[in-house]
Design a binder for this molecule. Structure first.
Ligand SMILES: Nc1ncnc2c1ncn2[C@@H]1O[C@H](COP(=O)(O)OP(=O)(O)OP(=O)(O)O)[C@@H](O)[C@H]1O
Ligand SMILES: [Mg+2]
Length: 356
């Protein structure tokens, strides 16, 4: 059984449309229901602040402030981290955020990253796998960063060096030492990025193939790269050097991990996701998200919190049931929002229900 973290108590004060809201999950997964505009998504957004300073909507602290109150917003989480309880507070403080863990003010967000991990699927992500190749790659990067702590660090180092190299080439500053030092940073990190992308994809595909519930649609994850695992950082660096003139003209990096291709196929029909129906696309996206959470539990023995906003839309009765079964099979605390409580009628004992 994976280390099971969960939120037991949640309190929102002047956060979005909630002046004062509190709930006790009784350590269960939670289904939040209520009519449109009542504040379901806002509750998930407050939870997502545990993972990302600007939350799942990428909003500023000022946007989260209840428009009808001048008193700063605050969110309190009674959080079980798998071993102990933590009392976590995040509050708006002069357009920044004040973070407290067990009464101690934290200097940065990194202490929260060590305690909690949150994964979400929100309607804004519905088309993420249908968008441009770079958006699909960004989605893969998000998943990879869930598994490999080092991933984001490597990726940021790579991106920063790539950006600086492009600037030098654009401005025709052909300083050999400077360029080769940036290309070295790009090459070393690119080799690591490829290695981590491939290992995460392998873990994920294995989980999809062998650990999904029987009726849940499966995806095939397809990936190709200009680099191979046999290529060394030196080789990659030499290709970057060789391509300087070309890259300077095109403004792109000709040979690089940002040209990697990530595609998602419906396994049963062997067709790309963009040729599937809207409901099928939603299920395939869910299959990846749920499998990555499951894979994290299986391979890393650590369950994240899972936030699923408005996921029943586009699904028929059969697949709504299949989806609930799949969620329950993961055994991590899941927060689901829906306008219709009837979708969960057969699972009364498996969730804590909150009707707003
Ligand atoms: N800063 C704010 N202050 C006050 N109200 C806000 C603020 N930000 C958003 N709201 C309002 O909060 C309400 C609830 O939004 P939310 O997205 O949580 O609804 P919901 O229950 O998820 O609805 P739906 O079922 O349509 O998805 C909206 O009417 C929105 O306008
Ligand atoms: Mg909503």
């Amino acid at each position: 059984m994976a280390t099971h973290c969960y939120i037991k108590k949640l309190k929102l004060h002047n956060f979005r449309n909630h002046s004062n809201f509190e709930l006790d999950s009784n350590c269960n997964s939670v289904v939040i229901t209520g009519k449109n505009g009542i504040g379901k998504t806002n509750i998930l957004e407050a939870i997502s602040l545990l993972a990302k300073s600007n939350g799942m909507k990428k909003a500023k602290a000022s946007e989260m402030q209840n428009r009808f109150s001048s008193e700063d917003w605050a969110v309190y989480y009674g959080f079980f981290n798998g071993t102990d309880f933590n009392s976590i507070g995040i509050a708006k403080n002069f357009n920044k955020k004040l973070i407290q863990v067990d009464g101690k003010t934290q200097s940065s967000y990194s202490s929260l990253y060590r305690i909690s991990n949150v994964v979400w699927l929100i309607p804004q992500m519905d088309y993420i796998l249908l968008n441009s190749p770079s958006d699909r790659l960004k989605f893969l990067d998000r998943i990879a960063s869930l598994f490999e702590e080092n991933y984001t660090y490597c990726y940021m180092r790579y991106r920063k060096a790539k950006h600086e190299r492009s600037k030098l080439l654009r401005e025709n500053i052909l300083d050999e030492n400077w360029l080769s030092s940036l290309e070295n940073i790009m090459a070393v990190n690119a080799v690591n990025i490829l290695d981590m992308r491939l290992s995460v994809l392998k873990i994920l595909q294995d989980t999809i193939d062998n650990h999904s519930t029987k009726f849940f649609p499966k995806v095939s994850l397809k990936f190709s790269s200009q680099l191979t695992l046999n290529d060394t950082a030196e080789y990659f660096q030499s290709r970057l050097k060789e391509n300087r003139a070309k890259d300077s003209l095109t403004g792109r990096v000709t040979f690089c991990v940002n040209n990697d291709r990530f595609q998602v196929f419906c396994q049963k029909r062997d067709i790309p996701i963009n040729l599937c129906s809207t409901g099928e696309q939603k299920l395939l996206l869910l299959s990846i998200i749920l499998s990555s959470v499951k894979a994290r539990c299986i391979h890393y023995n650590k369950a994240p919190l899972l936030l699923l906003d408005d996921i029943m839309s586009h699904l028929d009765k059969h697949y709504r049931k299949v989806l609930v079964e799949e969620i329950l099979s993961i055994k991590c605390q899941t927060w689901v929002t829906d306008v219709d409580r009837n979708n969960f009628d057969s699972y009364i004992d498996s969730f804590k229900f909150i009707e707003l």
